[in-house]
Design a protein around this ligand. Sequence first.
Ligand SMILES: [Zn+2]
Length: 664
Amino acid sequence: MAYGGRWHGKDVYFGMHYDLHAHADDTELGARTDPSDLVESLGLMGPQWVQTDCKGHAGYTSWFSQVPEASVSPGVVNDALADWREATRRMGVPLHCHYSGIWDDAAAAKHPEWAVQPAPGAEQEGPRHKMCPRSPYLDELMIPQMIELIDRYRVDGFWVDGDLWGVEPCYCDRCVAAFREQTGMEEPPASPGDPNWVAWIDFTRESYYDYVVRYCNAVHEHSSHALVCSNWLQTFRDPGEPKVPTDWISGDWWHGLDALRCDARFIATRGKPWDLMLWGFWKASSHQDKTMPWTFSSVTRLKQQAAMILSQGGNVQIYEHPPQLRDGRLVPWRMRRLGEVGTFCLERQALCQGTESVPQIVVLHSEAHAHSQPVTNLFWGYDVNGVEGAVFALLENAYSVDIMDEWALSDSLERYPIVVAPEQDQLSDAMVSQLRDYVRSGGRLMVTGAGAWDRFGGEFLGAESVRVEEEGTWFVPAAEGTAELYSPMWRMLRPTTGRTVAFLGELPLRDEGLTAYPAAVVNDVGQGGVVYVPYDLFHFFRASGYGLVRAWIGDCVEALDADMDIAVQGPASVDVVLRRKGDRLLINLINTMPAVEGHGPSACTGELPLVGPVAVTLPAHAAPREVVAAFEGGELTWAFDAEEGLLKIALSGVRLHEVVVVRI
Ligand SMILES: [Zn+2]
């Protein structure tokens, strides 16, 4: 059993993160952090936990660390951390430290031998930033500072930044010796083209995990109350059994709704307390563009992002980092805005916290497939476009969608009417076998990608393979027209026991220029069925977002003829999240209109058009005791059809985030 984590309690639901990344040129750190001022500023936002600055990527502390290896910023003029501690004590809320782990410029400058060593023969470009997980850094600097923070300030937790996504393969003698011992290979490979690269990255990942385990254990052994989180560990881009004993899961994100759609869904399956951190500010261009200042987010935009998290049962925190103010002052108008988001979250707490998914479709995000990729970064490197494309397309077809890795799905498979395995050629043998059994006993499976035929076999998929073609575009019928699709690989099939859902076409006409090759084949297997789409359908939807492709994906799902209890009809711009709490069905509806940030006026003004209507049909043995739209006051009507045993609900529209509550 993986460790289930700990949290401060149900009443700690909405939080604030503040950091400065103190550096060598600072001159006024802590100058304006009087506890009474902090209490007043923080009170405008009302966070139920607070994370404040301790040590950023530059490696300088913003407190007077007495650890011998510490690099204290020369700009610390007052003990800001003591002030934050006093303010949060008066407010009665937990205080966490923002602490950069793997990334520490100051430690690398002081101890180059602690830093990640490049591959033999590779040039070290510029100064080093990242720590070797086997170096003395952990025992001589990081853990002693965590203990110092607990002992001196009684901090309640650590949010360790610059960790998973900062990890780099290290070729120091310690790491190379451990690699030899663990794998029997003489030398680690120097480049991703080497066939042993995946083994080297696996080793790098495990080395990082071991380092996190060591600081978790050190904190847990020293303190009975302090909690530990490693930023982005055990999230969407780190699938697999969550075996590292952090207390909760969190990640900070500035990319907006689409990324949150996946991260919230995935983290919700990890079996630990979790939050996602919204950035309170955003940029209309790339993160690195110095000509474009960060602007403070609209309240609407932050609420919309928060709804993605809340609807999956997570906690929300918001990152505040006022530009130019290095003295610790907070900005009242900005704090007031964040307070409005907090009110929005707390209004929803009773209907969002502690809920369970009502299973409809689960998208498989296989750790075996992810870890087969020769990545160079443990966070950014993976191609997750197929999974994302599947999630987006299915949500936009008004299905409630969950995401699970093999670890989570293997225990939950039978609960789902439909499983989608998008373009993953390297599923584990155990998962393939389990999915076959799932279908035989009545499950419905959608498999995509030319390579999946080799994994599942022609007999199971109901089609022979004629040939594989590289590159190219073909037409498929969709809605009242045809969609032109691109894929790097196409498998041309000849159905055996399977039925053709539609044929690939050479022309945009629906009834001319059709080939003999299916665009999808559906096959009955045992009590269930499988639909096989022999090309990269979901990668293409991820790249294009085309409405006709979305419609074709909807047709493929319908070809499975799955028995879905609850049917929702609504526009593509409403995400449906079906949850349950006790005897209440909770139909979350989220308006996703300005999903792409920085484009179009709505991203700037934060205005959202009303979207709808939404219709829901669900089985009911009796008239409902309660059907209400909890938050937005849209027009709601319902009718109970005793003969059909159906409850039919209609809602006029969704402004931002509505929850329709149904009690039968
Ligand atoms: Zn090393």
